[in-house]
Design a protein around this ligand. Structure first.
Ligand code: KG4
Ligand code: ZN
Length: 344
C-alpha cells in the first residue's frame, strides 16, 4: 500500500440509491449505483422498502464496483461509508456492510458525512478533467433533504453560512411535481418539461427570510392555490400549460437560490462558487450559476451529472482526504440519521 495513493472502497446507502465505488487516491476506478424503482408508486421514498432494497442490492453492487475497477479485494486499503445524514434503516445497511468488510480484511474504516461527500465530489479525478476549486470556496448544496450555503476552507473545515428554514430545494421540486401529477422524483421531470416552456409566463412570489437563508414551503402552497384557482375555470389547465408551469416553477426556484447565493458570496468576499447535490443536475440552475461568471466575475464549479445525485464516488473522495489525515473510525461505530455538515 502507498499511503498517498490508497485504494478505497466506498459505500453510499443514505436514501434510495445503493452505490459502491473504488478510488485509487483521487482517481475514480469505478462507481456503480442501483436505483430503487419501488418508491415510484408511492410518490416518495418509503423507508422500510428502501432498507430492504439496499439489503438486496449491496452485495451485487459492491461486486460490480470491484470488478469494474479491475482490482482484487485484497488490494483494498480502506473502506469509507456514509454515516449520515439520511434514513436510519438505509444507513444501517451500508454501515454494517462496511464494518464487516473492514473487520474481515483488517483494514481501516472511514466514516463520511454525506453532505461533505456531495461537496468534495468536485475533487474527483476522472475523464472530465474539470478544474478544481481552490480553498476557500463556497458551495450551494441543494438536494432532497438539504439546501445550504457552505463555506469550505479545507477538506475538513465546513461552515454553514445560510440554509433553508423549511423545505429543501429538491423537496420543493418533488412536492410541486406531485401537485402537478408527475411521479417521484419529480425534479428531473420538471426540468425536462421546462425545456419547452416560457419561464416568465406565471409569476410566483419569493419568500421573505433573513439575509442568507431560504424557504420553499410558501412557494409550494402558492403553486397549489394558483392551480386550484385556474382548474376551476379550466379542468385541463395543468395538461394545457404543463411546460409553462414547469418552466415558471423552475425559474422561481433557481432565481431564489441564485439571488441569495450571490449575496452571500459578495458578503464573504469569496469569488469561487460551487454547487452540489441532486438539484445541481438542474439545467436552469447550472445555466444561472454559469452566467454569474460574466455578470459578476465569479469562478464557478459545476459537477458532472454522475456526481450530482447520490453516488459512492463522492464518499470515496471524502474518505480519501480523511485517510490522508489518519482519521479512522472504530469498528463499533453506528450511523447517525441527523448530522451537520460542520460536525464530522
Ligand atoms: O442528492 P440527492 O440525490 O439525494 C439527497 O441527498 O436528497 O438529491 C435528490 C433530489 C431530489 O429531490 C430530485 O428531485 C432532485 O435532487 N433532482 C433534481 C434534478 N435531478 C435531481 N431537481 C431538479 N432538476 C433536476 N434535473
Ligand atoms: Zn444526497
Amino acid at each position: 500500500m502507498s499511503t498517498s495513493t490508497p485504494i478505497i472502497l466506498s459505500i453510499e446507502s443514505s436514501c434510495d440509491d445503493t452505490s459502491a465505488a473504488v478510488l485509487k487516491g483521487k482517481e475514480l476506478l469505478s462507481n456503480v449505483t442501483a436505483n430503487q424503482k419501488v418508491h415510484k408508486a408511492f410518490g416518495g421514498v418509503v423507508p422500510e422498502l428502501a432498507s430492504r432494497a439496499h439489503q438486496q442490492n449491496i452485495i451485487p453492487v459492491v461486486e460490480e464496483a470491484i470488478k469494474q475497477a479491475n482490482i482484487s479485494k485484497d488490494a483494498i486499503d480502506a473502506v469509507a461509508f456514509t454515516r449520515g445524514p439520511g434514513l436510519l434503516g438505509s444507513l444501517l445497511v451500508g454501515t454494517s456492510f462496511a464494518k464487516s468488510f473492514a473487520m474481515v480484511k483488517n483494514i481501516p474504516l472511514i466514516e463520511v458525512n454525506h453532505m461533505r461527500g456531495h461537496i468534495l465530489a468536485h475533487f474527483i479525478e476522472d475523464a472530465h478533467k474539470l478544474p478544481k476549486p481552490k480553498f476557500p470556496f463556497l458551495c450551494l448544496t441543494v438536494s432532497g433533504g438539504h439546501t445550504q450555503i457552505v463555506k469550505v476552507s479545507s477538506p475538513s473545515d465546513f461552515k454553514i453560512i445560510g440554509q433553508t428554514i423549511d423545505d429543501a430545494a429538491g423537496e420543493a421540486f418533488d412536492k410541486i411535481a406531485k401537485i402537478i401529477g408527475l411521479p417521484y422524483p419529480g425534479g428531473p421531470l420538471i426540468d425536462q418539461h421546462a425545456q419547452n416552456g416560457n419561464p416568465k409566463r406565471f409569476e410566483f412570489t419569493h419568500p421573505k427570510v433573513s439575509e442568507f437563508d431560504y424557504s420553499f414551503s410558501g412557494l409550494k402552497t402558492g403553486v397549489l392555490y394558483f392551480l386550484q384557482k385556474e382548474i376551476k375555470n379550466n379542468p385541463d389547465f395543468i395538461k394545457d400549460n404543463l411546460a409553462d408551469i414547469c418552466a415558471s416553477v423552475q425559474h422561481t426556484i433557481v432565481s431564489i437560490l441564485i439571488k441569495t447565493y450571490r449575496k452571500a458570496a459578495k458578503n464573504e468576499g469569496i469569488k469561487r462558487l460551487a454547487i452540489a447535490g441532486g438539484v445541481s443536475a438542474n439545467s436552469g440552475l447550472r445555466k444561472a450559476l454559469k452566467s454569474l461568471e460574466e455578470t459578476d466575475g465569479f469562478q464557478t464549479f459545476i459537477p458532472p451529472f454522475a456526481y450530482c445525485t447520490d453516488n459512492a464516488a463522492m464518499i470515496g473522495i471524502a474518505g480519501y482526504f480523511k485517510f490522508l489525515d489518519n482519521d479512522f473510525a472504530p469498528y463499533t461505530i453506528s450511523p447517525q440519521a441527523r448530522l451537520s455538515v460542520s460536525s464530522i
